[in-house]
Design a binder for this molecule. Structure first.
Ligand code: PLP
Length: 349
């Protein structure tokens, strides 16, 4: 039985064309600023979001952390969504590496509530309180099931931040999923943030890396932090080359992943014992709730596994399916049939 793997879009392997470009990439020592392929990727990335400069980093986590370390001094505070990747899945790095405190606030449909964010901003004149420096948003929002933040909402959030003298960082690990789903350009999003991190290694299928963008001054500071944390890479052109290809050629195909996710959501929701809010599936992530049949997220994951389907438990009674380049439209039908039969057999057992 062929395995259909929905665990993550990070599992996507480089295309043959990417491998050819890796082989042929012109390289140099990037710590000396002499890798032409890395420079080309950074220029392309900056231009894509309409920012002055960009930095090629090892991972999305590194990009987010370099941003916070560059904005904040020890003892300062960053406002994040309570279900954000930065808060939940980055090993408390801001505290561990920078003495930075995260202040989680409530989120709705994958975006922090503006009123909650306003309430969380500290009083600059009170010597008891830490200084608030940054607002972080996540687009698309992973834990919320790939929700897209509309550009209009970003504009509101940005205006609010500027009024209070704060910077705005976007964890745009899946920024291009938001771009494809909303029809807004990366530049439109770029206009309402001071910095953005986006992953080349998720749905865009490059093997390694993310890019952090912002002003020249900010990127110079982030470059210092990257070196300090051991992220200064030498002939990194071999991994930057597929990143360039990803930005130029792999963005539009994300719509296929989105169409597959929408289909999967509707079909899973029709199965007994499962519930998916299909109307909230905007991109490539489907959160499936197990509402009957006595399965926990882990036992449902195991049942799927016995039937050649891989997905990830994602909180109590929830399993996450992420569509990606290695899942074809036909695989959705096959997946639904396998799950349907497995649930039926489980009832008879
Ligand atoms: C994957 C992801 C990251 C981190 O990316 P890595 O390259 O795995 O470090 C950050 N934020 C979000 C929302 C993600 O989905």
């Amino acid at each position: 039985m062929r395995t259909i793997d929905f665990r993550s879009d990070t599992l996507t392997k480089p295309t043959d064309e990417m491998r050819r470009l890796m082989y042929e990439a012109e390289v140099g020592d990037d710590v000396y600023g002499e890798d032409p392929t890395v420079r080309r990727l950074e220029e392309l990335a900056a231009e894509t979001v309409g920012h002055e400069a960009a930095l090629f980093v090892t991972s999305g986590t590194q990009g987010n952390q370099l941003a916070l370390l560059s904005y904040c001094r020890s003892g300062e505070e960053v406002i994040v969504g309570e279900d954000s990747h930065i808060y939940l899945y980055e090993g408390a790095a801001p505290a561990a590496l920078g003495g930075i405190q995260l202040r989680p606030v409530a989120e709705t449909e994958g975006c922090m509530d503006l009123a909650a964010a306003v309430r969380a901003i500290r009083d600059e004149t009170d010597i008891h309180q830490p200084r608030t420096r940054v607002l972080c948003v996540e687009n698309t929002h992973n834990k919320a099931g790939g929700r897209v933040i509309p550009v209009e909402k970003m504009e509101q959030l940005y205006m609010l931040a500027k009024k209070r003298g704060l910077s705005v960082h976007m964890d745009g690990a899946r920024l291009f999923n938001a771009v494809v789903a909303s029809g807004a350009s990366a530049k439109q999003y770029g206009q309402y943030v001071d910095s953005v991190q986006f992953c080349l290694s998720k749905g865009l299928s490059a093997p390694v890396g993310s890019v952090l963008t912002g002003t020249k001054e900010f990127i110079a500071e982030a470059r210092r932090w990257r070196k300090r944390l051991g992220g200064g890479m030498r002939q990194a052109g071999v991994i930057a080359a597929p990143g360039i290809y990803a930005l130029e050629n792999m963005v539009e195909r994300l719509e296929e992943d989105h169409a597959n996710a929408r289909e999967l959501a509707v079909r899973l929701n029709e199965l007994p014992g499962l519930k998916v809010q299909a109307e909230s599936v905007e991109t490539n992530i489907v959160m499936c709730e197990i509402i009957e049949g006595g399965h926990s997220a882990e036992s449902f994951r195991d049942l799927l596994l016995e039937n050649g389907i891989k997905a990830s438990p994602f909180g109590e009674g929830v399993v996450r399916f992420v569509t990606n380049r290695h899942v074809a439209a036909e695989d959705i039908e096959e997946t639904v049939q396998r799950i349907k039969k497995a649930l039926h057999r489980a009832v008879l057992r």
